[in-house]
Each structure stands twice: as structure tokens, then as C-alpha cells.
Design a protein around this ligand. Structure first.
Ligand code: ASP
Length: 332
């Protein structure tokens, strides 16, 4: 990577000495060019259900360990499939029966995996900071991939969302993208925001009840709405978000039926958006709360395409990170 390309990029620990990505912890600070490269490689790996999945040996000889300290279905399975389809060995740690519950520190677990030649560690945790902390302690050939960090960051989700939008809508500059729901606690929304901003999205709107919208200094430039009907008007992309009940006190959890009436993505409301608008949701969905079943399963829904794209994006990220780590080893 040239100096020109790294100028102005963030100085986090996710880059190696040559400026290339050694870990993927956040999309914040990735350039448009870097994101586009990742999306292009992801597209190369996309296969539709019914076709044989893409496979190559980019990760042959490598070992990927999945450490999920929070529940996951799509992300964990797609990281596993992605790694296997690139020829890696994969281990999935059951964190409920891992040594962390016996009092072992996370770092001791990491050192144990490192001693067994695990060289890509995929982690999800409810607390902020774990991926960055671990990245600061692993050996130079080990990479950390953030698979969901508290309310802060879910970079591969941000990439798969951007890929899905690009596939269905083309250029970001012409688009009005609406994120609706519990933005305050959503890592999906934050990573989508970082990707959409860097890719030059025409307009980003955020909508939800006032107490579930982010702080005023977050999502700078996004247009805020507390009336979903107004927010929907003319939108090209509508992304529903689950209420993150696990990240809020009981007093703040809205009543499901009342929430759906005001903030649910319903067939009636969808008519306010552009006629060819697409509807997205990262899953897991609460049908009848943030989205109704007829919309989730309807012709404008691209929710299953998001899932398909998730595997391709994780293949692209794994292949890129491992390639960068190998290049660094050669020159160090
Ligand atoms: N699966 C996504 C995440 O891990 C969205 C959600 O849980 O609501 O953040």
C-alpha cells in the first residue's frame, strides 16, 4: 500500500507496519478504495443458492478459531463455512464450557490457541474493547477478526450490507438509505454507517423512538427522524434493526405491539418509499415488532441475499487478512 493510500487513515492497531489490514476490528477509517476492493473480492466469491459454493485454497495450512462469547447463528456459521471453503482448519470453541467460566483469563485462552497454531481468531463479545485488547497481545502472524463488539462494531456485517446494496442499487452516490429502529445499541448500524459514509452514499437517514436514537454527535450528517412515515418517503433502501433488549434495562424496552404500530416496517408504510426500494434486516428478526412477516418474505426483501453475501464477504476478509499477514512476514 502506498503512502498516498494510507494518508489520513486511522492509526488503530488493526494495520500492520506496511499500513495494510492485519486485523479487522472496525470499518472506521477504511478508505473507499479499500472497501471497494473488499466488496469486489466478495462479489467474486458470491454464488447463488443452488450453485456450488466458491472454493479455493487461500487459507490452506491456516487454522481459524471461532470464539463467540455472545449468541450467533448467521455470523458464526458463515465464518466457519467461509474458512472451510478456503481450505482452513476450523475450531469452534463452545464458550459456555470454555475455561473462561472456570476463571481462565481470555488472554490465557488466546495464548493456548496460539500455541496450537490458530492464526486467525474470530471473536464476538458483549463488552467493548476485547478485539483491540487481544490484537495488542497476539504474535505478529496472528490476526483478529471482530465478529461483533458490544454496540460498537460489526465490520463484516457492514461489508455484507454494503455489498447487498451495491448489487441491488448500484452507485451509492444516488441513494437514500434509511436505518430504522434501535440505533442507540446497534453495532450493525454503526458499521453500516462507516461503510456507507466512506462509499459516498447520497443520504443516510436514521429513524426510531427518541430514546433509541444515537447521541447527537454520532452519525454526523445523517438526517434524524422520530416519525417513520416521514423517514420512509422516497427511500431507496430500508434497513430494519432489532431492539437490542440484551443491552438495555427492562424499563427502556418498548411494548412490542405499540412499537410495531409506530416503528414497524409494514406493507402499508413500505408504499411510502420508492416503488423499487429494498428492505434489509441483519437478523435475527422479531416478526411483528420491527418488521412484519409479509414484508420480510415479500418481493422487496433482500434479507436472504444478505445471508448469502455474508459467506462471500467473510471469505474475502479472511483471504485478504491472511494475504496481508503473509506479505508482511516476507518483508519483516
Ligand atoms: N446479528 C446482529 C448482531 O450480532 C444483529 C442483532 O443481533 O440484532 O449485531
Amino acid at each position: 500500500m502506498s503512502n498516498r493510500q494510507t494518508e489520513g487513515l486511522e492509526q488503530t492497531s488493526q494495520r500492520g507496519p506496511d499500513g495494510s489490514l492485519r486485523h479487522l476490528i472496525t470499518l472506521e477509517g477504511l478508505s473507499r478504495e479499500e472497501l471497494t476492493d473488499l466488496l469486489d473480492l466478495s462479489q467474486f466469491y458470491v454464488r447463488q443458492p443452488g450453485e456450488l459454493p466458491a472454493r479455493d485454497q487461500s487459507l490452506a495450512g491456516h487454522t481459524v478459531a471461532n470464539l463467540f462469547f455472545e449468541p450467533s447463528t448467521r455470523t458464526r456459521v458463515s465464518f466457519e463455512l467461509a474458512a472451510r471453503r478456503l481450505g482452513a482448519d476450523v475450531v469452534n470453541l463452545d464458550m459456555h464450557s470454555s475455561s473462561r467460566v472456570k476463571g481462565e483469563t481470555v488472554l490465557d485462552t488466546i495464548y493456548t490457541l496460539q500455541a496450537m497454531h490458530a492464526d486467525v481468531l474470530v471473536m464476538r463479545d458483549a463488552e467493548p474493547g476485547l478485539p483491540t485488547f487481544v490484537a495488542g497481545h497476539v504474535q505478529p502472524h496472528v490476526s483478529i477478526l471482530n465478529a461483533g463488539e458490544a454496540h460498537l462494531s460489526h465490520p463484516t456485517q457492514g461489508l455484507l450490507d454494503a455489498l447487498t446494496i451495491r448489487q441491488h442499487k448500484g452507485e451509492f452516490g444516488n441513494l437514500s438509505v434509511l436505518l430504522v429502529g434501535d440505533l442507540a445499541h446497534s453495532r450493525v448500524a454503526r458499521s453500516a454507517w462507516h461503510a456507507l459514509s466512506a462509499l459516498g452514499t447520497g443520504e443516510v437517514r436514521i429513524a426510531g423512538p427518541e430514546h433509541l436514537l444515537p447521541a447527537a454527535n454520532e452519525f454526523p450528517g445523517a438526517v434524524r427522524f422520530t416519525d417513520l412515515n416521514k423517514a420512509m418517503k422516497g427511500a431507496d433502501v430500508i434497513m430494519g434493526l432489532r431492539i437490542q433488549t440484551e443491552r438495555m434495562s427492562a424499563a427502556h424496552i418498548p411494548d412490542n405491539a405499540a412499537y410495531c404500530r409506530e416503528f414497524g416496517i409494514t406493507a402499508e408504510r413500505l408504499k411510502l418509499a420508492k416503488p423499487d426500494a429494498i428492505v434489509m434486516h441483519p437478523g435475527p428478526m422479531n416478526r411483528g415488532v420491527e418488521i412484519t412477516g409479509d414484508v420480510a418474505d415479500g418481493p422487496q426483501s433482500v434479507i436472504q441475499a444478505q445471508v448469502t453475501n455474508g459467506v462471500a464477504v467473510r471469505m474475502a476478509v479472511l483471504a485478504t487478512i491472511v494475504r496481508n499477514a503473509q506479505a508482511q512476514r516476507k518483508y519483516s
